[in-house]
Design a protein around this ligand. Sequence first.
Ligand SMILES: Nc1nc2c(ncn2[C@@H]2O[C@H](COP(=O)(O)OP(=O)(O)O)[C@@H](O)[C@H]2O)c(=O)[nH]1
Ligand SMILES: [Mg+2]
Ligand SMILES: [Zn+2]
Length: 359
Amino acid sequence: MQINPEHISALRQMGWPDGATLNAAVEAATGNRVARVVGQHRSAYVVATEIDQSLRVQPPAPWTRPRVDPETRAIVGDWVVLDEECKNILSLLPRHSVLKRAAAGEHYKAQLISANIDHVLVVCGLDGDFNPRRIERYLLLVQASGAGPVLVLTKADLTEHVEMALESLQEIVQGGIPIFAVNAKDSESLKVLHPFLGVGKTAVLVGSSGAGKSTVTNTLLGTSKMKTQEVRGNDSRGRHTTTHRVLIALPQGGCLIDTPGMRELKLSGDEDLSEGTFEDIDSLAAQCRFSDCGHSNEPGCAVLAALADDSLDAERYAHYLKLRDERDAAATSLAARRADAKAANAAFVKRTKDKYGRR
Ligand SMILES: Nc1nc2c(ncn2[C@@H]2O[C@H](COP(=O)(O)OP(=O)(O)O)[C@@H](O)[C@H]2O)c(=O)[nH]1
Ligand SMILES: [Mg+2]
Ligand SMILES: [Zn+2]
C-alpha cells in the first residue's frame, strides 16, 4: 500500500519514527491505512490514525487462537495496517523494541507491556516505595527491550534524603543510566525529561502503583487526563487507579504510555545479566583464577575478595544470584514455549488445509 505525506505527518504526531524501515514495511503490506494501537480491551483494540481520532477495531482471527505466541499479536504502541473500512486489523508492522515480563503465575509465559518505545521511564517514589532491588529488576527487563532506561525518582519534594537515595543507586546506574529526582506535580521539575520526549519518540512509564506515573503523565500533558489517587500513608502503596495501558500524544510532540502498577515483575528469559546493571559483577567473575569458579570457596576468587573488602555489596550480590537463577529457569521455559507455539500453529494450519483445502 501507499502512504501519503499528509498521512505520515498525522502519524508523526502519534510517534511515527524517522527512517525508512517502517515506510518500506508499509509499502510491502496490503491494506488501507496505518494506525497505532493506543489501547486494548478484552477482544477489541483501540487504534488512532491521527491525534484524537481513535477507532475500535477487531484483531485478525489468528491472534484470538488459543496458545498463540503473545509476541505475534499487537500491544499498545504497535503500528498496524487496517482494512478498507478501518474496522479490522490486517497485519502488524515490525517493531523496533518491545518491553515484556513473564506473566504472573507459575509459567514463564511472556506478557508484553508495550512496543515501539524509545525510552522506558522507571518511576519510583522517594517514599516507602523506594527499593533498589526492584529497580534492578526493572532495569534488567528494560535492557532486554531495546529501549533506553531512564530512572525517575518522584516525590523529591517530600523527602530530605534525596542525596542518600541517589548515593545508594550509584552501583545500579553504572554505565550512565540517566537518573533524576523530581517533583512529579511540578512541570518545571519535569523539564529534565523533555530530552526523552519529542516528535517521533515514545516513552513508557512503569513502576509500582502509587509511584506517580499518572501524575507525571498529567503534568507533562498540562491536564488531568489520567486519574491519580491518594496514597495510603502507612505503606505508601497506591491502589490501582490506572487499569489499562494507554498511549497519549503529548502537546510538544512524542507519545507517552501510562501503565497500571505491576505487582510481579518476573524475568521473561530474554534478559542478559552480563550487560548494564550487573556488568561489574560479571567482569569481576572474569578475574577469578579459575574460569569455572563457583565463587564459594575457591582460591583466587575475585568475587569473594570484593565481598570481603566491601567493594561489592553482599545484598546486591545475593540479588544478582537470585535473578540469574530466575533468568535461566525462564529462558529454558521460554524456549520450550516458543517451540510449542510453533508446533501448535503448524498443526492448526495443517488441520485447516486438510478441512478446507489449500487457498
Ligand atoms: N508531592 C508529590 N506527590 C506525588 C508525586 N508524584 C506522585 N504524587 C502523588 O502520589 C499519588 C499517586 O500518584 P499516581 O500518579 O496516581 O501514581 P501511579 O499509580 O503510579 O499512576 C498521587 O496522590 C500523587 O499526587 C511527587 O513527585 N510529589
Ligand atoms: Mg496511574
Ligand atoms: Zn570466583
